[in-house]
Write a protein that binds this ligand. Structure first.
Ligand SMILES: *Cc1c(COP(=O)(O)O)cnc(C)c1O
Length: 317
């Protein structure tokens, strides 16, 4: 098997990220809750996309790309971090974003302004239109271009979270459950595949913050990553569990999510975001209250970042 460290990678972040016990929330919920601080990955304002971009941009560089295209919503953390990574690596990022959500100069839009990133808004609901526009613009520019899909979620990007599972296995304690947000799929798919390989017996849960068919997307990404790694594993629906935490819609704050953002801020001094991690942590709280965890279980919440959204989306609601 080719583990993730057999693949080319550019160094963008600071790893391993810490794992901390949330003493106050553990006492409140009656279960041992830990947090994996992937909000502290060390590029931009941190977040999960840094792990994926280390693999994706190594591939871009190997192919001689001068321009990196990516996409997402108006407040995409992934797009902002791609621009930050490109700046570090001396590449030019062009972001073609859906004209959905908060397009004002707040949050990630402000950060992109500060980096001088070229941002194009496209009035479409279909990413196929955006990828076609990347091809058109790339041909016009006439320089080598590299396209990164929404959220960095392809087989190569997924390796970032297979590697995160390996990192967790080396840090301890032993976790019975790992919980993360699911937006484009790569994080959950990587953790679920990584748990099969490096964390036997650990259950992995994806808290869905969008309405895409994650029951199909997740195993497809897991299979793609397993194929790259030449890993001999059987992937099936039992490898992860999904829960719908989307509420009123993608990138629209929910009541449960906002309550979780407040709980984490008030009791632990850690900031979640309204689009991803607040909704995901609300899912963990709901499971604890439903008695889904045994009192001595160790539950790990993966804080995937999202600080940019905190300064744009919550203000709107
Ligand atoms: C993108 C993102 C996620 C979701 O990760 P996926 O790999 O896209 O499913 C979670 N949290 C934050 C803050 C993100 O930016």
């Amino acid at each position: 098997m080719r583990t993730p460290d057999c693949f080319d990678r550019v160094s963008l972040g600071v790893f391993p990220t810490p794992i901390q016990r949330l003493d106050n929330i553990s006492a409140l919920l009656g279960v041992n809750v830990y947090i994996k601080r992937d909000d502290l990955t060390g590029l931009g304002l941190g977040g999960n996309k840094v792990r994926k971009l280390e693999f994706l941009l190594a591939d871009a560089r190997r192919q001689g790309a001068e321009v990196v295209f990516t996409t997402g919503g108006a407040q995409s953390n992934h797009a902002m971090l791609t621009a930050a990574a490109a700046a570090r690596l001396g590449m030019r990022a062009i972001l073609i974003l859906k004209k959905r959500g908060v397009t004002a100069c707040l949050g990630n839009q402000l950060l992109e302004r500060l980096m001088g990133t070229q941002v194009i808004f496209m009035d479409t609901d279909d990413y196929a239109d955006i990828y076609a526009e990347m091809d058109r613009l790339g041909a016009k520019l006439g320089v080598p271009c590299y396209k990164i899909p929404c959220g960095g979620s392809n087989a190569l990007g997924t390796l970032g979270y297979v590697d995160c599972a390996r990192e967790i296995a080396g840090q301890g304690p032993r976790f019975d459950h790992i919980v993360c947000a699911e937006g484009s799929g790569g994080t959950l798919a990587g953790l679920a595949l990584g748990a099969k390989l490096f964390l036997p017996g650990t259950r992995v849960y994806g808290m869905m913050v969008d309405t895409d068919p994650f029951d199909e997307i997740t195993p497809r990404l897991m299979r793609g990553a397993a194929e790259l790694m030449q890993a001999d594993v059987n992937i099936g629906p039992g490898d992860f569990e999904l829960r719908d935490m989307c509420g009123p819609g993608y990138a629209i704050a929910s009541e449960a999510g906002n309550a979780a953002v407040s709980m984490m801020a008030e009791r632990e001094g850690i900031f979640l975001d309204p689009v991803y991690t607040g909704k995901a942590f609300a899912g963990l709280v709901a499971m604890a209250r439903e008695g889904r965890f045994a009192p001595h279980d160790n539950v790990l919440f993966v804080h995937t970042g999202g600080a940019g959204g905190l300064f744009a989306v919550m203000q709107e609601n």
